[in-house]
Design a binder for this molecule. Structure first.
Ligand code: CAA
Length: 703
C-alpha cells in the first residue's frame, strides 16, 4: 500500500484517501501515488465505483506551491494528466470534499463525475493570489459545470466559497450537514448511481459555455476591470483562458490553458506572489520560540482610548467574536467612540457585508466603561491613547496597578520605545507593542514590537491572536518608527527633496503609482496629515539637524496651515477627492530652493524612481542588519500590507532582488557622488548591501 494514497475496497466501492500532511498538496509523489491508485481501481474487477477523499478531514489545498518554477511542477505524471485519467475512468468517481478543496484540489474534484461536500467545507480557485490561473483544467471544466460569469468570479476573486453557495451554483451535487457522515453519504450516493446505471461522467451542464453571453462580453469585462488590475498579468490570463473555454472544444481549451498557465508560472509576478505566500507563513515563526509553547488564553480584551484608532482596534476583536471593553476618561468621548463603531457597522450593513442581526451581535460584544477597575480581568489590554511617552507611561502605571497577573499589556505605539513604557511597570515581561495601521479595522498589517523583556509566550500569544483577527503580524525590535515608519522616512524625505529640486508632487507620485503603489507618498502625506507628519518630525528634530534642507517643504506647508486633504490644501489642491498640483506649492519650493542654494532642474522619471525606491530599500537592508527585522520577507510584508506596495512586485526587498543588488548599490553610490553635500549625507549604502554585493549574493539575507 502506498502511504500517500490508501486504497480500500468495500462492497464494490474503492475508497482512495489522500494522505500527504499538512494539506494534501498535489506534488509529484502524491500525483504518482494517486495515478497508481486510480489505475488500480480502474482495473480492479471488484470495484464498481470510487470515492476519493482527503485523509484527516482536508480534501486538498491544490498543487504543491514549492514545485512552481522548477521542473517538479510538471514532472510526470503532471496534474493535468492525472486529472485526464480521472475523467476517462469508466467507473463513477465521487469526490468526498471535507475541509478545503482549493486550486488543483478543487480541479481534482471537478474532474470527478460527482462531488459531495460536508457543510463546513470551503471551495475555491485562489491561484490568482499566486499570480497563476487554474492550470489543471479548472478554467475549462468549471464553465462547463456552472454559469460562466460565476466561474469567472470565482477565479478572478480568488476567494473561497462555502457549501451553501457551492450547492446553489451547482458546483457540488450534495451537501452533508454532519461532517462525520460524509463517507456514509458518499457510499449511499455511489450505490444509487450504480443502481441507476448512471454514467461515470454526467453530460456537462453547459456543453457550450457562454453561449448566452453578449459578443463583447470579454472585451467589456477587461475594460471594466483593467484599471483595478493595474499591471497584473494573472487576471488577464484567467480571462483569456475562460474565453477559450467559450470558444474552443474541451481538448483544445485544455491545451490553451496549459500554455497560459506556463506563461503565468514563468512570470516574475508569480515568483513574487509565491514569495509573499511563504513569507506570510514564515513571519509567524520566531527563532528560539517553539511552535509548541503554551499560549496565554485570551478571552476578553480591553482597549484604552475610544478614538479612531481605539475604536478600529476594538472592532477587530469583536469581528472575531471576542468581547471587548472600551475604556475612556470622559463619558462624551466614550459615547462618541461607541457611536462611531456603530456607524462603521451600519455602513457595512448598507453595503450588504453584514446584516442587522450581526450588527447587534457585534455591538453586544462591546462594552464601554470609565473605570479602570472594570478591566481588571481582561486577558489582553491594548492602550491606544495619544502618542506621547508621558501619557502612555501614566496609563501603564495604572494598568500595572489594576490588571490581573499574567494579563498581556500592549501599547499601540507607532514610534515610541516599548522598553521605556514597559519600564514603568513591575511586569515588563508582559508588555509588548502592537502597532495597528489606520484604519485599524481594515488594514491587514500588525507590527508586533518585541521589547527586550517581552516574554516568549506573550509574543507567541499575540502572533497567534493576530492571525485569529485576520492580521498579518510581523515582529519588529525597537527603533524609532519600527520597520514600516523608519523606512517611510527616507523614502518620504526623498520625495520632498525631489520637489525642492524641481519635480512636481504629481510627477513624483505618478512614478510611484505607475510602479503599482496604491498611493504616491506625497498624496499619502496629505491623507495622513502634513501636520501629523510635522509633529512626528518635530519630536526627533535633533537627529536631522545636519541637513538644512531636511523636509523644509513639509515644514513650510505646515506653517501655512496646508495640512493636506482635511484642509483641502497640502502638497496638492483638493476639490473633494480630486487633487491637482498647486502653483503655490511650486512657488514655495522655488523660493526655498533659492534660499538653500539647491539647484532646480528637470528631473526624469528614472531618477525619481531610483532615489525614492533605493532609499527605501537601503533602509530596509539596514534594518535587517541591525536585527530590527528578522528577515527580508518580513520587511516585504510590512510594506505590502501597511503601505500599499504591490504584492505582485513582492515587496521592496524582493523588488530589489529583481532589480539586482549590484545595480541598486551602484545607483545609491551614483547619487552619493552626484548630489553634492546632500548626496554624501543621505546616499550612504547600507554596509550589509555592500557586503552582499561583494559576496556575489543575489538574495537579501543576514551576512
Ligand atoms: N502547497 C504547498 N504547501 C502548502 C500549500 C500548497 N498548496 N498550501 C499550504 N501549504 C503549507 C503552508 O506553507 C504551511 O506550511 P508550513 O507549516 O511549513 O508553514 C502549511 O501548509 C499549512 O498552511 P497554513 O499555515 O496556511 O495553514 P492554514 O490552516 O491557515 O491554511 C490553507 C490552510 C487554507 C490550505 C492555506 O494554506 C492556503 O490557502 N493554501 C494555498 C492554497 C492555494 O493557493 N492553492 C492553489 C495552489 S496553485 C494550484 O493549485 C495551481 C493549479 O491550478 C494546478
Amino acid at each position: 500500500m502506498n502511504p500517500l494514497v490508501s486504497y480500500q475496497v468495500e462492497a464494490g466501492i474503492a475508497l482512495l484517501s489522500l494522505s500527504r500532511p499538512p494539506v494534501n498538496a498535489l506534488g509529484q509523489p502524491l500525483r504518482a501515488a494517486l495515478l497508481a491508485a486510480l489505475q488500480q481501481a480502474g482495473s480492479d474487477a471488484a470495484v464498481h465505483a470510487i470515492i476519493l477523499q482527503g485523509a484527516a478531514g482536508l480534501f486538498s489545498a491544490g498543487a504543491d506551491i514549492n514545485e512552481f518554477g522548477s521542473e517538479a511542477s510538471f514532472a510526470p505524471p503532471s496534474l493535468p494528466d492525472v486529472l485526464q485519467c480521472v475523467t476517462q475512468l469508466k467507473k463513477p468517481i465521487i469526490a468526498a470534499i471535507s475541509g478545503t478543496a482549493l486550486g488543483g484540489g478543487l480541479e481534482l474534484a471537478l474532474a470527478c463525475g460527482y462531488r459531495i461536500a460536508s457543510r463546513d467545507a470551503r471551495l475555491g480557485l485562489p491561484e490568482i493570489n499566486l499570480g497563476l490561473l487554474p492550470g489543471a483544467g479548472g478554467t475549462q471544466r468549471l464553465p462547463r459545470l456552472i454559469d460562466v460569469e460565476a466561474a469567472l468570479d470565482l477565479m478572478i476573486s480568488g476567494q473561497p466559497i462555502g457549501t451553501a453557495r457551492a450547492l446553489q451554483l451547482g458546483l457540488v451535487d450534495r451537501v452533508v450537514a454532519e461532517p462525520a457522515t460524509l463517507l456514509e453519504a458518499c457510499r449511499s450516493f455511489a450505490a444509487g448511481l450504480l443502481a441507476e446505471h448512471s454514467p461515470a461522467q454526467p453530460a456537462p451542464r453547459f456543453a457550450r459555455p457562454g453561449a448566452d453571453l453578449s459578443t463583447d462580453f470579454f472585451p467589456a469585462y477587461l475594460a471594466s476591470h483593467e484599471a483595478r488590475w493595474k499591471d497584473r498579468l494573472a487576471p488577464r490570463l484567467v480571462l483569456a483562458a475562460v474565453e477559450a473555454a467559450c470558444l474552443l472544444p474541451l481538448d483544445d481549451g485544455l491545451k490553451r490553458e496549459e500554455t497560459l498557465f506556463k506563461q503565468a508560472e514563468a512570470s516574475a509576478q508569480s515568483t513574487a506572489l509565491r514569495h509573499v505566500f511563504f513569507a506570510e507563513r514564515e513571519a509567524a515563526r520566531i527563532p528560539g520560540i517553539e511552535a509548541s509553547i503554551p499560549l496565554r488564553p485570551v478571552n476578553t480584551v480591553a482597549v484604552i482610548g475610544a478614538g479612531t484608532m481605539g475604536g478600529g482596534i476594538a472592532m477587530n476583536f469583536v469581528n472575531a467574536g471576542i468581547p471587548v471593553i472600551l475604556l475612556e476618561q470622559k463619558a462624551e468621548a466614550l459615547e462618541r467612540g461607541l457611536a462611531n463603531i456603530r456607524k462603521n457597522y451600519e455602513i457595512s450593513v448598507q453595503r450588504g457585508k453584514l446584516d442587522a442581526t450581526q450588527l447587534e451581535q457585534r455591538m453586544q460584544l462591546l462594552r464601554g466603561t470609565l473605570e479602570y477597575a472594570d478591566i481588571a480581568d481582561a486577558d489582553l489590554v491594548i492602550e491606544a491613547v495619544f502618542e506621547k511617552m508621558e501619557i502612555k507611561q501614566q496609563v501603564f502605571c495604572t494598568l500595572d496597578e489594576v490588571c490581573k497577573p499574567g494579563a498581556i499589556l500592549a501599547s499601540n505605539t507607532s514610534s515610541l520605545d516599548v522598553d521605556q513604557i514597559a519600564g514603568v511597570t513591575r511586569r515588563p515581561q508582559d508588555v509588548v507593542g502592537t502597532h495597528f495601521f489606520s484604519p485599524a479595522n481594515v488594514m491587514r498589517l500588525l507590527e508586533v514590537v518585541r521589547g527586550s523583556a517581552t516574554a516568549p509566550d506573550v509574543l507567541a500569544t499575540v502572533l497567534k491572536l493576530a492571525r485569529r483577527i485576520g492580521k498579518v503580524a510581523v515582529v519588529s525590535r525597537i527603533c524609532f518608527g519600527f520597520i514600516g515608519n523608519r523606512m517611510l522616512e527616507p523614502y518620504n524625505r526623498e520625495a520632498h527633496r525631489l520637489v525642492l529640486e524641481g519635480a512636481t508632487p504629481a510627477r513624483v507620485d505618478g512614478v510611484l503609482t505607475g510602479l503599482g503603489l496604491n498611493m504616491g507618498v506625497l498624496s499619502m502625506t496629505d491623507l495622513a496629515g502634513v501636520d501629523v507628519n510635522f509633529l512626528v518630525r518635530d519630536a526627533n528634530r535633533a537627529a536631522f539637524a545636519h541637513d538644512p534642507s531636511y523636509y523644509k517643504l513639509g515644514d513650510a506647508l505646515y506653517a501655512l496651515g496646508r495640512f493636506g486633504q482635511k484642509t483641502a490644501r497640502g502638497f496638492y489642491l483638493y476639490e473633494g477627492r480630486q487633487r491637482q498640483d498647486d502653483p503655490e506649492v511650486i512657488a514655495i519650493a522655488e523660493k526655498l530652493a533659492g534660499e538653500l542654494h539647491v539647484p532646480r532642474r528637470a528631473i526624469g522619471e528614472q531618477e525619481i524612481h531610483d532615489r525614492c525606491l533605493f532609499m527605501l530599500i537601503n533602509e530596509g537592508i539596514q534594518l535587517l542588519d541591525e536585527g530590527i527585522a528578522l528577515r527580508a520577507g518580513d520587511i516585504d510584508l510590512v510594506w505590502i500590507n501597511g503601505y500599499g506596495f504591490p504584492a505582485w512586485l513582492g515587496g521592496p526587498m524582493h523588488y530589489a532582488e529583481q532589480l539586482g543588488l549590484k545595480p541598486v548599490l551602484e545607483g545609491i553610490r551614483h547619487y552619493r557622488d552626484t548630489l553634492g553635500d546632500y548626496g554624501r549625507m543621505w546616499f550612504q549604502p547600507a554596509p550589509l548591501l555592500e557586503r552582499l554585493v561583494a559576496a556575489g549574493k543575489t538574495r537579501i539575507e543576514k551576512l
